[in-house]
Write a new protein. Sequence first.
Length: 352
Amino acid sequence: MVATVALLLAVPSAQAKGSSHFFGLNWAALRDRDWSGKDARMLGKSGAKTVRWSMFWARIERSPGQFDWTVPDRVVGDLASKGIKVLPILSGTPSWLAKSPSKPPLNSKKERNAWQGYLREAVKRYGPNGAYWSGPYQADHPGKSARPITVWQIWNEPNLVSHFKPHPSPGRYVHLLKISHDAIGKADPKAKAMFAGMPGYSHQIDAWDFMRRAYHKRGAAHAFDIAALHPYAHNVPQMLRSVKRVRKVMRKAGDGHKPLWITEVGWGSAPRKSTPYRLTKGKKGQAKILKDSFHALKHKRRDWHVKRVLWFNFRDPRGGGVEQCSFCSSSGLLEHDFSSKPSWSAFRSFTH
Protein backbone atom coordinates (compact mmCIF):
# COMPACT_ATOMS: atom_id res chain seq x y z
CA MET A 1 0.00 0.00 0.00
CA VAL A 2 2.89 2.38 0.82
CA ALA A 3 4.40 1.68 -2.61
CA THR A 4 1.07 2.36 -4.32
CA VAL A 5 0.65 5.69 -2.53
CA ALA A 6 4.20 6.68 -3.44
CA LEU A 7 3.53 5.88 -7.09
CA LEU A 8 0.34 7.95 -7.13
CA LEU A 9 2.14 10.88 -5.55
CA ALA A 10 4.92 10.64 -8.11
CA VAL A 11 2.62 10.89 -11.13
CA PRO A 12 1.54 14.54 -10.66
CA SER A 13 5.17 15.48 -10.04
CA ALA A 14 6.26 13.84 -13.29
CA GLN A 15 3.43 15.54 -15.16
CA ALA A 16 4.40 18.91 -13.73
CA LYS A 17 8.02 18.40 -14.75
CA GLY A 18 6.97 17.50 -18.28
CA SER A 19 4.81 20.59 -18.51
CA SER A 20 7.60 22.87 -17.30
CA HIS A 21 9.74 21.79 -20.26
CA PHE A 22 6.81 21.80 -22.69
CA PHE A 23 6.22 25.57 -22.58
CA GLY A 24 8.84 28.13 -23.55
CA LEU A 25 9.24 31.66 -24.86
CA ASN A 26 10.51 33.78 -27.71
CA TRP A 27 12.82 36.71 -27.06
CA ALA A 28 12.42 39.11 -29.98
CA ALA A 29 13.35 42.79 -29.98
CA LEU A 30 13.94 45.48 -32.54
CA ARG A 31 17.64 45.56 -31.61
CA ASP A 32 20.00 42.99 -30.14
CA ARG A 33 21.41 45.64 -27.81
CA ASP A 34 18.08 45.65 -25.99
CA TRP A 35 19.19 42.39 -24.36
CA SER A 36 20.12 42.87 -20.73
CA GLY A 37 21.02 40.89 -17.66
CA LYS A 38 17.52 41.59 -16.38
CA ASP A 39 16.10 39.77 -19.41
CA ALA A 40 18.10 36.71 -18.40
CA ARG A 41 17.02 36.97 -14.76
CA MET A 42 13.34 37.36 -15.62
CA LEU A 43 13.46 34.58 -18.19
CA GLY A 44 14.94 32.41 -15.46
CA LYS A 45 12.01 33.34 -13.21
CA SER A 46 9.54 32.57 -16.01
CA GLY A 47 10.24 28.85 -15.68
CA ALA A 48 10.81 28.48 -19.43
CA LYS A 49 13.50 25.93 -20.33
CA THR A 50 13.61 26.86 -24.04
CA VAL A 51 13.97 30.37 -25.46
CA ARG A 52 13.87 30.98 -29.20
CA TRP A 53 16.08 33.77 -30.49
CA SER A 54 17.24 35.01 -33.89
CA MET A 55 20.93 34.23 -34.46
CA PHE A 56 20.94 36.72 -37.33
CA TRP A 57 23.70 35.96 -39.82
CA ALA A 58 23.94 39.54 -41.16
CA ARG A 59 24.89 40.87 -37.70
CA ILE A 60 27.45 38.14 -37.03
CA GLU A 61 29.39 37.94 -40.30
CA ARG A 62 29.40 41.55 -41.49
CA SER A 63 32.28 40.88 -43.86
CA PRO A 64 33.35 37.55 -45.43
CA GLY A 65 34.98 35.22 -42.92
CA GLN A 66 34.90 37.74 -40.05
CA PHE A 67 32.61 36.43 -37.32
CA ASP A 68 31.57 38.53 -34.33
CA TRP A 69 30.03 36.26 -31.70
CA THR A 70 29.81 38.94 -29.00
CA VAL A 71 26.00 39.17 -28.88
CA PRO A 72 25.30 35.42 -29.32
CA ASP A 73 27.84 34.66 -26.59
CA ARG A 74 26.01 36.99 -24.24
CA VAL A 75 22.50 35.75 -25.03
CA VAL A 76 23.33 32.03 -25.21
CA GLY A 77 25.59 32.22 -22.15
CA ASP A 78 23.28 34.29 -19.97
CA LEU A 79 20.39 31.94 -20.69
CA ALA A 80 22.45 28.77 -20.23
CA SER A 81 23.55 30.03 -16.82
CA LYS A 82 19.85 30.12 -15.88
CA GLY A 83 19.30 26.56 -17.07
CA ILE A 84 17.72 27.61 -20.38
CA LYS A 85 18.58 26.23 -23.80
CA VAL A 86 18.41 28.50 -26.85
CA LEU A 87 16.57 27.53 -30.02
CA PRO A 88 18.33 29.68 -32.65
CA ILE A 89 16.62 30.94 -35.79
CA LEU A 90 19.27 30.86 -38.53
CA SER A 91 18.45 33.51 -41.14
CA GLY A 92 19.43 36.95 -42.42
CA THR A 93 21.68 37.09 -45.48
CA PRO A 94 24.42 39.75 -45.03
CA SER A 95 24.62 42.80 -47.28
CA TRP A 96 27.81 41.61 -48.98
CA LEU A 97 25.76 38.80 -50.51
CA ALA A 98 22.25 40.21 -51.00
CA LYS A 99 20.36 43.50 -51.05
CA SER A 100 17.86 42.18 -48.49
CA PRO A 101 18.44 39.92 -45.47
CA SER A 102 15.16 38.21 -46.40
CA LYS A 103 16.65 36.92 -49.65
CA PRO A 104 17.90 33.36 -49.05
CA PRO A 105 21.52 32.65 -50.07
CA LEU A 106 20.75 30.34 -52.99
CA ASN A 107 21.52 32.21 -56.21
CA SER A 108 25.20 31.28 -56.52
CA LYS A 109 27.77 28.81 -55.27
CA LYS A 110 29.40 31.69 -53.38
CA GLU A 111 26.16 32.37 -51.47
CA ARG A 112 25.52 28.71 -50.71
CA ASN A 113 29.09 28.10 -49.54
CA ALA A 114 29.03 31.19 -47.33
CA TRP A 115 25.75 30.08 -45.71
CA GLN A 116 27.05 26.59 -45.05
CA GLY A 117 30.24 28.05 -43.64
CA TYR A 118 28.23 30.21 -41.24
CA LEU A 119 26.19 27.22 -40.08
CA ARG A 120 29.28 25.12 -39.48
CA GLU A 121 30.90 27.89 -37.44
CA ALA A 122 27.75 28.34 -35.35
CA VAL A 123 27.48 24.62 -34.61
CA LYS A 124 31.20 24.33 -33.82
CA ARG A 125 30.86 27.19 -31.35
CA TYR A 126 27.60 26.39 -29.56
CA GLY A 127 26.95 22.71 -30.22
CA PRO A 128 28.14 19.87 -27.95
CA ASN A 129 31.88 20.23 -27.33
CA GLY A 130 31.64 23.71 -28.86
CA ALA A 131 34.53 26.10 -28.34
CA TYR A 132 32.32 28.56 -26.51
CA TRP A 133 31.45 26.19 -23.68
CA SER A 134 35.03 25.27 -22.78
CA GLY A 135 36.35 28.85 -22.96
CA PRO A 136 34.30 32.07 -22.79
CA TYR A 137 31.31 30.47 -21.04
CA GLN A 138 33.37 29.14 -18.14
CA ALA A 139 35.09 32.50 -17.80
CA ASP A 140 31.83 34.45 -17.72
CA HIS A 141 29.71 31.93 -15.78
CA PRO A 142 32.09 29.88 -13.62
CA GLY A 143 30.62 26.68 -12.24
CA LYS A 144 27.46 26.86 -14.36
CA SER A 145 26.44 23.87 -16.47
CA ALA A 146 26.66 24.19 -20.25
CA ARG A 147 23.49 24.06 -22.35
CA PRO A 148 24.77 23.17 -25.83
CA ILE A 149 22.48 23.89 -28.77
CA THR A 150 21.26 20.68 -30.40
CA VAL A 151 18.30 21.94 -32.49
CA TRP A 152 18.75 24.56 -35.23
CA GLN A 153 15.81 26.22 -36.98
CA ILE A 154 16.37 27.02 -40.65
CA TRP A 155 14.96 30.45 -41.54
CA ASN A 156 11.72 32.03 -40.37
CA GLU A 157 8.27 32.20 -41.96
CA PRO A 158 9.21 31.46 -45.59
CA ASN A 159 5.53 31.47 -46.55
CA LEU A 160 5.52 35.28 -46.16
CA VAL A 161 6.95 37.52 -48.88
CA SER A 162 8.34 39.83 -46.17
CA HIS A 163 10.58 36.99 -44.95
CA PHE A 164 11.44 35.09 -48.15
CA LYS A 165 12.21 37.24 -51.17
CA PRO A 166 11.48 37.73 -53.97
CA HIS A 167 8.47 35.51 -53.17
CA PRO A 168 7.63 32.43 -51.09
CA SER A 169 8.77 29.27 -52.84
CA PRO A 170 8.50 25.77 -51.33
CA GLY A 171 11.05 24.52 -53.86
CA ARG A 172 13.65 27.14 -53.00
CA TYR A 173 13.03 26.66 -49.31
CA VAL A 174 13.61 22.90 -49.63
CA HIS A 175 16.90 23.68 -51.42
CA LEU A 176 17.91 25.88 -48.47
CA LEU A 177 16.81 23.20 -46.03
CA LYS A 178 18.86 20.49 -47.77
CA ILE A 179 22.14 22.42 -47.85
CA SER A 180 21.55 23.51 -44.24
CA HIS A 181 20.84 19.98 -43.01
CA ASP A 182 24.02 18.80 -44.73
CA ALA A 183 26.22 21.51 -43.18
CA ILE A 184 24.79 21.11 -39.67
CA GLY A 185 25.04 17.31 -39.82
CA LYS A 186 28.71 17.44 -40.81
CA ALA A 187 29.50 19.73 -37.87
CA ASP A 188 27.43 17.67 -35.39
CA PRO A 189 26.02 14.33 -36.61
CA LYS A 190 23.53 14.26 -33.71
CA ALA A 191 22.16 17.77 -34.28
CA LYS A 192 18.56 18.27 -35.40
CA ALA A 193 17.52 20.59 -38.24
CA MET A 194 14.11 22.18 -37.80
CA PHE A 195 11.74 23.29 -40.56
CA ALA A 196 11.01 27.02 -40.42
CA GLY A 197 8.03 28.07 -38.35
CA MET A 198 5.25 29.45 -40.54
CA PRO A 199 2.00 31.27 -39.81
CA GLY A 200 -0.84 28.87 -40.51
CA TYR A 201 -2.73 31.48 -42.50
CA SER A 202 -0.85 33.61 -45.02
CA HIS A 203 -1.81 36.07 -47.75
CA GLN A 204 0.69 34.19 -49.95
CA ILE A 205 0.68 30.44 -49.07
CA ASP A 206 -0.94 28.86 -46.02
CA ALA A 207 1.44 26.72 -43.98
CA TRP A 208 -0.22 23.39 -44.85
CA ASP A 209 -0.15 24.18 -48.57
CA PHE A 210 3.49 25.25 -48.35
CA MET A 211 4.42 21.99 -46.60
CA ARG A 212 2.40 19.87 -49.03
CA ARG A 213 4.20 21.44 -51.97
CA ALA A 214 7.55 21.14 -50.19
CA TYR A 215 7.04 17.38 -49.75
CA HIS A 216 6.71 17.07 -53.54
CA LYS A 217 10.38 18.06 -53.87
CA ARG A 218 12.85 15.21 -53.91
CA GLY A 219 14.61 14.66 -50.58
CA ALA A 220 12.45 17.11 -48.63
CA ALA A 221 11.45 14.66 -45.90
CA HIS A 222 15.09 13.76 -45.25
CA ALA A 223 16.18 17.41 -44.99
CA PHE A 224 14.61 18.14 -41.59
CA ASP A 225 14.13 16.33 -38.31
CA ILE A 226 11.50 18.48 -36.58
CA ALA A 227 8.50 20.35 -38.01
CA ALA A 228 7.36 23.77 -36.78
CA LEU A 229 4.29 25.96 -36.96
CA HIS A 230 3.06 29.43 -35.92
CA PRO A 231 -0.69 28.83 -35.60
CA TYR A 232 -1.78 32.43 -35.08
CA ALA A 233 -5.55 32.60 -35.08
CA HIS A 234 -8.60 34.57 -33.98
CA ASN A 235 -9.36 32.04 -31.27
CA VAL A 236 -8.31 28.67 -29.86
CA PRO A 237 -10.48 26.43 -32.11
CA GLN A 238 -9.05 28.11 -35.21
CA MET A 239 -5.52 27.65 -33.80
CA LEU A 240 -6.16 23.93 -33.32
CA ARG A 241 -7.45 23.61 -36.89
CA SER A 242 -4.13 24.98 -38.15
CA VAL A 243 -2.17 22.37 -36.22
CA LYS A 244 -4.49 19.60 -37.37
CA ARG A 245 -4.10 20.60 -41.03
CA VAL A 246 -0.31 20.57 -40.86
CA ARG A 247 -0.35 17.20 -39.12
CA LYS A 248 -2.63 15.81 -41.82
CA VAL A 249 -0.18 16.88 -44.53
CA MET A 250 2.73 15.32 -42.65
CA ARG A 251 0.91 12.01 -42.12
CA LYS A 252 -0.07 11.85 -45.78
CA ALA A 253 3.61 12.33 -46.69
CA GLY A 254 4.59 9.46 -44.39
CA ASP A 255 6.14 11.88 -41.90
CA GLY A 256 3.62 11.61 -39.09
CA HIS A 257 6.26 10.25 -36.72
CA LYS A 258 8.24 13.50 -36.69
CA PRO A 259 7.84 15.83 -33.71
CA LEU A 260 6.18 19.21 -34.14
CA TRP A 261 7.14 22.35 -32.26
CA ILE A 262 4.85 25.36 -32.00
CA THR A 263 7.70 27.86 -32.23
CA GLU A 264 5.40 30.89 -32.04
CA VAL A 265 1.89 31.41 -30.77
CA GLY A 266 0.47 34.45 -29.05
CA TRP A 267 -1.94 37.33 -28.82
CA GLY A 268 -1.42 40.98 -27.92
CA SER A 269 -2.57 42.76 -24.78
CA ALA A 270 -3.64 45.90 -26.66
CA PRO A 271 -7.41 46.55 -26.56
CA ARG A 272 -9.63 44.25 -28.58
CA LYS A 273 -10.34 45.46 -32.12
CA SER A 274 -7.48 47.99 -31.90
CA THR A 275 -5.48 46.11 -34.54
CA PRO A 276 -6.33 44.01 -37.61
CA TYR A 277 -6.85 40.23 -37.66
CA ARG A 278 -8.35 40.01 -34.13
CA LEU A 279 -5.01 39.15 -32.52
CA THR A 280 -5.26 41.60 -29.61
CA LYS A 281 -7.41 40.71 -26.62
CA GLY A 282 -6.76 43.28 -23.88
CA LYS A 283 -4.61 42.47 -20.85
CA LYS A 284 -7.06 40.16 -19.09
CA GLY A 285 -8.09 38.61 -22.40
CA GLN A 286 -4.46 37.89 -23.29
CA ALA A 287 -4.00 35.98 -20.03
CA LYS A 288 -7.22 34.04 -20.58
CA ILE A 289 -6.41 33.00 -24.14
CA LEU A 290 -2.89 32.01 -23.09
CA LYS A 291 -4.38 29.63 -20.54
CA ASP A 292 -7.01 28.30 -22.94
CA SER A 293 -4.53 27.74 -25.78
CA PHE A 294 -1.93 26.11 -23.53
CA HIS A 295 -4.50 23.75 -22.01
CA ALA A 296 -5.74 22.83 -25.50
CA LEU A 297 -2.26 22.15 -26.88
CA LYS A 298 -1.24 20.23 -23.79
CA HIS A 299 -4.35 18.07 -24.21
CA LYS A 300 -3.39 17.28 -27.84
CA ARG A 301 0.37 16.97 -27.30
CA ARG A 302 0.45 13.17 -27.62
CA ASP A 303 -2.10 12.86 -30.43
CA TRP A 304 -0.22 15.41 -32.54
CA HIS A 305 3.29 14.66 -31.23
CA VAL A 306 3.77 18.27 -30.12
CA LYS A 307 7.05 18.61 -28.22
CA ARG A 308 7.25 22.34 -27.41
CA VAL A 309 4.98 25.38 -27.33
CA LEU A 310 6.79 28.73 -27.34
CA TRP A 311 4.80 31.88 -26.58
CA PHE A 312 5.54 34.99 -28.60
CA ASN A 313 6.77 37.20 -26.96
CA PHE A 314 8.55 37.44 -23.61
CA ARG A 315 8.78 41.25 -23.41
CA ASP A 316 7.27 44.05 -25.48
CA PRO A 317 9.80 45.68 -27.84
CA ARG A 318 11.03 49.21 -27.45
CA GLY A 319 8.91 51.79 -29.22
CA GLY A 320 6.59 49.65 -31.27
CA GLY A 321 6.09 46.41 -33.12
CA VAL A 322 8.50 43.84 -34.38
CA GLU A 323 8.75 44.23 -38.17
CA GLN A 324 5.50 46.24 -38.17
CA CYS A 325 3.49 43.24 -36.95
CA SER A 326 0.02 44.37 -35.89
CA PHE A 327 -0.01 42.69 -32.48
CA CYS A 328 3.71 42.20 -31.71
CA SER A 329 4.09 45.50 -29.89
CA SER A 330 1.86 44.16 -27.11
CA SER A 331 2.35 40.39 -27.27
CA GLY A 332 4.84 40.25 -24.40
CA LEU A 333 4.17 38.81 -20.97
CA LEU A 334 5.97 41.89 -19.70
CA GLU A 335 5.87 45.53 -20.74
CA HIS A 336 9.13 46.85 -22.20
CA ASP A 337 10.05 48.23 -18.74
CA PHE A 338 9.60 44.72 -17.26
CA SER A 339 6.26 45.53 -15.61
CA SER A 340 4.27 42.31 -15.54
CA LYS A 341 0.92 41.76 -17.20
CA PRO A 342 -1.69 39.22 -16.07
CA SER A 343 -0.32 36.89 -18.77
CA TRP A 344 3.01 36.66 -16.86
CA SER A 345 1.34 34.88 -13.94
CA ALA A 346 -0.75 32.83 -16.36
CA PHE A 347 2.39 31.59 -18.12
CA ARG A 348 4.19 30.79 -14.88
CA SER A 349 1.24 28.69 -13.73
CA PHE A 350 2.25 26.21 -16.45
CA THR A 351 5.98 26.15 -15.68
CA HIS A 352 6.08 26.01 -11.89
